[in-house]
Design a binder for this molecule. Sequence first.
Ligand code: MGP
Ligand code: SAH
Length: 254
Amino acid sequence: MHTIVDGEPSPMVLKSKKRKRSVRKTTSSAGIAPCLFKYWLQRYSLFSMFDAGISMDDEAWFSVTPEAIAASHAAHAAFSSAAVVIDCFAGVGGNAIQFAARGFRVVAVEIDPRKVDYAVKNARIYGVKDRIEFLVGDFFSLAPFLKGDVVFISPPWGGPSYSKIHTFTLDMLKPKDGYLIFQAAQEITPNIIMFLPRNVDLSQVEELSWLSCPPLTLKIEETYMETSLKGITAYFGDTALVPSKSSFSKTDIS
Ligand code: MGP
Ligand code: SAH
């Protein structure tokens, strides 16, 4: 609590207001909207090499997978026969970079050409650009032509307001219903990793595994950054068999 005497802010309040103002000035001069401020504060957990010139746009600020979580996703792709990972909704490269850093060849699909430019730059900063093939296009049109051992899916959740919803159902995913996204991925491989909102309907996630006959092995994980629950990761097929690193997966719910 700050103290206010006779309506005048205390020196402590003034100092903290000044600090906030100066941080806001930094974000506005960096072209970041005030509503994205909380993500900017987390910039080093999004990309530890942020200061080396990482490129972001507004959607990327709230969508990029924090680096340690992306590394944990990549660790789950490390079963014996896996060599190629398809990142179907690659954004500015948060996950694709960590898959490549883990030694995979990555096909990164992204519909927005500007994000692909940023992803290429970001991958160069991490020294993994040559391990990633970047495709500008619609995942659903490209899917029939893609071959890979693991498919990673982190589609748009409809913006930061997703967290206001009590139960996030799979039909709320963009650009298509989660069942259709999963079906398109399944045409490529049963080894699928999906990063989903923390309020997702878990019974629907379980249903996805029954789309296969016999049902796919499934592990559902609450994915944390320190004490903050960032999302739910669903691992299907062989990716479900790789043990989770405890600091990023508080609970295996399956
Ligand atoms: P958040 O819940 O918006 O932020 O996103 P935070 O800081 O956890 O909010 P808090 O104030 O509730 O603590 C958490 C994480 O979810 C982000 O870092 C992204 O990795 C992921 N994420 C959020 N959104 C809105 C999306 C999205 O639309 N698509 C994808 N793929 N990931 C998202
Ligand atoms: N995992 C990424 C963030 C993904 S955000 C990271 O860590 O950086 C989801 C992305 O899906 C957005 O960048 C959006 O432009 C892209 N997208 C939306 N519709 C798409 C489609 N039909 N095909 C491919 N990409 C699409």
